[in-house]
Every structure is written in structure tokens, then in C-alpha cells.
Design a protein around this ligand. Structure first.
Ligand code: ZN
Length: 154
């Protein structure tokens, strides 16, 4: 835990962010980005490791297992509930040295010149939304993940 870290502060509840929670357990947190008054790319999720470590290499095996399962579950939810045809994943850590992964779904019809983890965001017909539109996507993802979890699909 680091007091000056944005992600630690978010999980500690000392700051409030606009992102929406989709899933949380003892090791990981999955949220959807929310840009307030500006539209956000729908389905753009972030997986945070709860513990303050900078890179993928620093996870212990319990955390790695939880992180991997979170990746698989949210990706499956993005495909099955939001109709994504592919999920891009990226860890950069240049901005905040606390492990978090960006997941950006690619939707059917995305022209090939926009294929890529950040490129999809620039397609003019990409689905963007704010407020209730983001809430609706989060709710569907949450329900999908809980349903899969309940069926023992691990
Ligand atoms: Zn941190």
C-alpha cells in the first residue's frame, strides 16, 4: 500500500473516481472506465491488482491465478454479453507504477486499419457512451460474470 499511489488510494476509498466496479475479490478489481461528461469507449475495462506492485513479474502465484481468471472471465463476458469479436490487453505502467491491465474489446465491423489495443478507440463508429450507457454495460458484464461463477465455470 502506497499513500501516494492513485490506484491504492482508489481501493482504500480515500479518493473517488468516476470508474464503475464490475468485479472485485481479495486480489483483483475489475472496473469500467468512465470519463464523466465525455463519452467512454464501451467495454473498456481495467483489471487492477489490489497489492501495490509495479509489474506482472511481481505477482505471487495466488495473485497470478486470480488475475488470470479475472482476465478470462471478463474477456468471456465482453464476447458473450457485449458481442466483442476480440479482446486486446495491455500493461504499460508508465503513468501509475501499480499493476493494472487495460482491456479493449474489438467489435464486429471495425475496419482493419483500426485493429489494435488503442487503435479501436479511434474508429468513428465505435460504441461510445456515458452515464447510464456505461452503467448498463457494467450491469450486463456483472450479471454475466456472476452467472458463470455460479455455474462453477472455473
Ligand atoms: Zn498502488
Amino acid at each position: 500500500m502506497s499513500d501516494s499511489c492513485f490506484i491504492c488510494s482508489k481501493h482504500k476509498g480515500t479518493i473517488h473516481t468516476a470508474g464503475k466496479m464490475i468485479y472485485e475479490d481479495e486480489y483483483v478489481y475489475i472496473g469500467h472506465i468512465d470519463k464523466g461528461d465525455s463519452p467512454a469507449y464501451l467495454g473498456y475495462c481495467m483489471i487492477d491488482l489490489k497489492r501495490h506492485v509495479p509489474t506482472l513479474a511481481d505477482m505471487n502465484m495466488e495473485e497470478a491465478k486470480a488475475f488470470g481468471m479475472a482476465m478470462a472471465r471478463i474477456s468471456r463476458a465482453l464476447k458473450e454479453s457485449e458481442g466483442a469479436e476480440h479482446i486486446y490487453a495491455r500493461v504499460s505502467g508508465h503513468g501509475v507504477p501499480h499493476l493494472h491491465m487495460h482491456l479493449t474489446p474489438r467489435y464486429p465491423g471495425t475496419p482493419q486499419e483500426y485493429w489494435g489495443p488503442w487503435e479501436v478507440l479511434d474508429w468513428q463508429d465505435a460504441p461510445y457512451g456515458k452515464g447510464v450507457q456505461v452503467d448498463t454495460v457494467c450491469e450486463r458484464l456483472k450479471v454475466h460474470m456472476e452467472a458463470n461463477h455460479a455455474s462453477g465455470d472455473e
